[in-house]
Structure formats: structure tokens, C-alpha cells
Design a protein around this ligand. Structure first.
Ligand code: MSP
Length: 514
């Protein structure tokens, strides 16, 4: 049976240029997507842009462009960033596409037919920046007397006719669902926050607007457009073929295995979304993971502070694989993290260039010089050899476990335990001394090291695809031999293959003079 895996990024608002936060969420998904593919899964990986709503309409206005032309332009920037970052999504959705409008109207109809939508009047606070409604008691007042949402966004008073979703009825079903599915929300601390929010009581949710037009019309009542979050969340169904695909209205991938989101949008995904799906009688996704936020040299990233990090600049400065590695290595994934130049250099030079890059360069150069540039034939293994090889062969299981709970840094740490062990093994075995004393033993040592590097390079492909690929080229590992099937004692590195001249794979960062 085919193993399938469906994962999604949030769809990005097109009011703004893409920045490091957007690249981060998609990067995390890209690493999982690549990992799962190498592990034999048929992966569906969705990203895209969230193009409706007041926030986008206002940005288009400000730019003096019609919303459609504006979203065409900005959406393309997100597509370009995804290509630049070497992301491997299989679908890029835009909420302005006809397939999406159709899915939105269908979920609305189902909610309506099931008796969960009613018409009333909304009078309350709305934050355009968050595209969210807030209750009076959630707000504070700033020095200028302006009411402020907990997120820091300004709110405005809205009074209009609106359709409501009966969210208040879903408190118990949601709590039961969280209880029955303890890993639905990760990390655990976020799960607890969501549960206490739901236990605090849910109010019915306004799900349509009448005071602007940029959105999906409510079926049967063109005066209203659908609330942008109901529209946006439905993108995950649209891409899965809803409502027209063969398999009860879906392709073979729904329910999604993972919705990856930032902590700021967890409530929409872990409370509203499951309630909408239950209301519409549709299966629920298996996991919502909420990651933390990046700051820049200790400061909150914001346009007004002028410290927004452009991922393209970052990559041009440090290198693509280096940035990919750093972002997932530096910070435990659910936590907030600080981007600073020094930590970037430390990871890039200390771990990639020194620990891993030098290991491979030293070993491959010794093979080049002392083994006629061919993968050596090993003799019998000693206890030291076996100790290293056992650790190497156990890596895949460990990494699988970590990736299945989105613990990227632990997955990398488990690989670095082996990188460090391999460096220590080089020192204790001292193959350069064996060259004269015991050339056969030297060959065994170099073989064990090359085999270790092969495993590490295969497992590092999701994080640093280009560099790992080069490393595997240098070990003469063929394209068809780079999946996780080849990570075992039964499919070892093939002796006798000719190796190309080794070249450094992970360059050091050198500060420019002046
Ligand atoms: N359009 C909604 C999502 C709809 S999903 C059905 C949205 N878009 S967004 O463009 O504002 O944000 C998308 C993602 O970027 C969120 O997951 C958010 O957490 C992430 N980030 C934005 N700034 C960030 C940082 N400074 N650090 C890390 N991630 C951050 O919300």
C-alpha cells in the first residue's frame, strides 16, 4: 500500500513582501516533505497565498492598483521565494482561483444545511491586521487612547449584518477531540493554552462581511462575502480536490497529516478549523504544530522598526543550505528564536564547515591519496569500528522519531552526536599513521568513515539538499541510491568505485575586511 503524507504551510497574506518568518514556516515543511519522500512516502506539500479580505484590499488601495492585479504581483513574489529557497511544494494555491471559490461555497452550504449558520447583526471590534474579531474585555487602550488587541493590532468598531457560525456549540466536541487525540496540537504547552481557551467558553463567530467586496460571495446572498479566515482555512480542502475528487469528494490525501503554523495563528487552526470541519461533517487533520517567532538581534521584527530580515539577502550572504541549517538548528522548533550574525557564523563555521565538512574532506582526501581514489575494501571490524557503525545504523530510527514530532534540532543533534564520534574516531585510529604500519587496517578505518559520511549525507539531504548531494557525488553514491532504503548494514557503500577529486562542500564564512 502507498504511504501518503499531506502537509501544508499557512497561506501567506499578499499585503507584504515575503520575509524570514514566511520562509521559516515553509522551510520546516520542506524538510519534512523531503524527509518523508526519502522515507518512501508519496508526499503532497501545499503552500500558497491568502488573497482576500480587508487587509489585502486596503494594501491594494494604498498601492493604487486593483486587488486582482495587486495580488497577482505579490503572489508571484512568494512563488519566487519558494523557488529561491529550493522548496519542493507540489501545489501552490491562490485563494482567488475558481477551484477555491467553489470549495468555499460548498463548505458554506454544508454548514448551512447542517444548521450551523444563522443571520444576525454583528456589533463589535475588528482588527484588520489580524483579520480577527475581539471582545471588549480582551482589549487594552494605548497612550493615544486607541483600543488595542492582545496581538498589538489596532481595532475598529464594526456594526453590520452578518452570518454567524454557532461556535459556542462546539466547546464539548472540541474538548473531547483534544482529549481523544493528545498529539493533535503540538508542542504540548500550546495544546494546554488552546484547551484553556476553549474551556473559557466560545462565542458564536461572525463569518461574513458586508462593508467591502474583496472576497468569496456567500452562496445565495451576494450582499455578503465570506469571512477571510473561513475562506483561507478552506484552502487545505481545495487543494485536496474538495468537493469534486473521486474519493468521497477528496483526492487520496485528505485528511492532512500536518498543518504547520506560527503560534500567532494557532487559534484559527486548532479551534475554528476543527469546528468548521465537524460542522460540515468532514474528517479532521491529524496534527497542528505551532512554531515560535524570530526576533532580529533581540528585537521584534517589524516594518516600522525597519529590521525586517529579507531571506534573499541572508542566503546571498551566508549560502542557502547554511541558512536552512541554521534556522532549524539554532532553536528548538516550538520556541522563539533570535537571529543574530554571530550565532549564524558559529553554526556555519563550527558545525557545517569544521565538524562535518572537514570530516568529509579529510577522509575523502586520504582515500584519494592512499587508496588509489577508490572506495577501499574493509577488513574485519574491531570493537571501535562496530561501535561507530551501530550508532550510524541507528540514526534513521532516531531521526524518524524526531521528525514525526517536528523536532528538527533534535534530529540534527542526533546526527551531530555521530559527527563528533566520527571525528573522535579519526583521532584515535589515526589512519595517517596506519598508512605505513598497517595499510589494510587504514583501509578499514577509512571505509568505516566513508560509510559514516554516506549515512550522514543521506540523512542531511532534507536540511542541506545541495551540499549533501555534492557530498554523495564525491562518495560515488548514485542518484538512485540516496533514499533511506539504502541506510542499513545490508546496503553498504560499494567498495572499488572510483571517487572524484574531493572538494570542500561547506565553506567557512570569512568576515570582509574593513
Ligand atoms: N494568511 C494567514 C494564514 C492563513 S492560513 C489558512 C497569515 N498569513 S501571514 O502571512 O501573516 O503569516 C504566515 C506565517 O508567517 C504565520 O505562520 C506566521 O507565524 C509566520 N510569521 C510571520 N512573522 C514571523 C516571524 N517573525 N517569525 C516566525 N514566523 C513568523 O497569518
Amino acid at each position: 500500500m502507498t504511504k501518503r503524507y499531506y502537509l501544508t504551510t499557512p497561506i501567506y497574506y499578499v499585503n507584504d513582501a515575503p520575509h524570514i518568518g514566511h520562509a521559516y514556516t515553509t522551510l520546516a515543511c520542506d524538510v519534512i516533505a523531503r524527509f518523508k519522500r526519502l522515507d518512501g512516502y508519496d508526499v503532497k506539500f501545499l503552500t500558497g497565498t491568502d488573497e482576500h479580505g480587508q487587509k489585502v484590499e486596503k494594501s491594494a488601495d494604498k498601492a493604487g492598483v486593483a486587488p486582482q492585479a495587486f495580488t497577482d504581483r505579490v503572489s508571484q513574489n512568494f512563488r519566487d521565494l519558494a523557488d529561491f529557497m529550493n522548496f519542493t511544494h507540489t501545489d501552490f494555491i491562490r485563494t482567488t482561483e475558481p477551484r477555491h471559490k467553489k470549495a468555499c461555497q460548498e463548505i458554506w452550504r454544508r454548514l448551512k444545511d447542517n444548521g450551523h449558520i444563522y443571520l444576525d447583526k454583528y456589533a463589535g471590534w475588528y482588527a484588520v491586521r489580524d483579520e480577527a474579531y475581539y471582545a471588549e474585555d480582551e482589549l487594552t487602550t494605548n497612550a493615544e487612547g486607541q483600543k488595542i488587541a492582545p496581538s498589538g493590532a489596532e481595532v475598529e468598531w464594526v456594526e453590520e449584518s452578518s452570518y454567524f457560525f454557532n461556535l459556542s456549540q462546539w466547546e464539548q466536541p472540541l474538548l473531547k477531540f483534544y482529549d481523544d487525540n493528545p498529539d493533535f496540537i503540538l508542542p504540548k504547552s500550546r495544546r494546554n493554552e488552546v484547551i484553556s481557551f476553549v474551556k473559557g467558553g466560545l462565542r458564536d463567530l461572525s463569518i461574513s462581511r458586508t462593508t467591502f467586496k474583496w472576497g468569496v460571495p456567500v452562496p445565495g446572498d451576494d450582499e455578503h462575502i465570506m469571512y477571510v479566515w473561513l475562506d483561507a482555512l478552506t484552502n487545505y480542502l481545495t487543494s485536496a480536490g474538495f468537493p469534486d475528487a473521486d474519493n468521497e469528494g477528496f483526492d487520496d490525501y485528505w485528511p492532512a497529516d500536518l498543518h504547520m503554523v506560527g503560534k500567532d495563528i494557532l487559534r484559527f487552526h486548532a479551534v475554528y478549523w476543527p469546528a468548521f470541519l465537524m460542522g460540515a461533517g468532514l474528517p479532521l487533520p491529524k496534527r497542528i504544530y505551532a512554531h515560535g517567532w524570530w526576533t532580529n538581534e533581540g528585537q521584534k521584527i517589524s516594518k516600522s522598526l525597519g529590521n525586517v530580515i529579507d531571506p534573499i539577502e541572508l542566503v546571498n550572504k551566508y549560502g542557502l543550505d547554511q541558512v536552512r541549517y541554521f534556522m532549524l538548528r539554532e532553536v528548538p522548533f516550538g520556541n522563539d528564536g533570535d537571529f543574530n550574525h554571530q550565532s549564524m557564523i558559529n553554526r556555519m563555521n563550527g558545525e557545517l564547515a569544521n565538524d562535518f565538512g572537514n570530516l568529509s574532506q579529510r577522509v575523502l582526501s586520504m582515500i584519494q591519496k592512499n587508496c588509489a581514489a577508490q572506495v577501499p575494501v574493509p577488513g574485519d571490524y574491531t570493537e571501535d569500528d562496530n561501535q561507530l557503525l551501530v550508532a550510524v545504523h541507528n540514526l534513521l530510527d532516531g531521526c524518524r522519531g524526531h521528525i514525526d514530532v517536528q523536532s528538527f534540532n533534535e534530529s540534527l543533534e542526533s546526527m551531530w552526536v555521530v559527527v563528533r564520534a566520527a571525528n573522535a574516531y579519526v583521532d584515535t585510529q589515526a589512519p595517517w599513521k596506519l598508512k605505513k604500519q598497517n595499510p589494510d587496517r587504514m583501509k578499514t578505518v577509512l571505509y568505516v568513515l566513508a560509510e559514516t559520511i554516506r549515512h550522514l549525507a543521506i540523512l542531511m539531504q532534507p536540511f542541506t539538499p545541495l551540499s549533501s548531494g555534492k557530498m554523495l557525488d564525491q562518495l560515488a553514491v548514485e542518484d538512485g541510491e540516496r533514499t533511506f532504503e539504502f541506510l542499513s548494514a545490508e546496503t553498504p557503500l560499494v567498495s572499488g568505485r572510483s571517487l572524484p577529486k574531493p572538494e570542500g562542500v561547506f565553506p567557512r564564512f570569512v568576515e570582509e575586511e574593513g
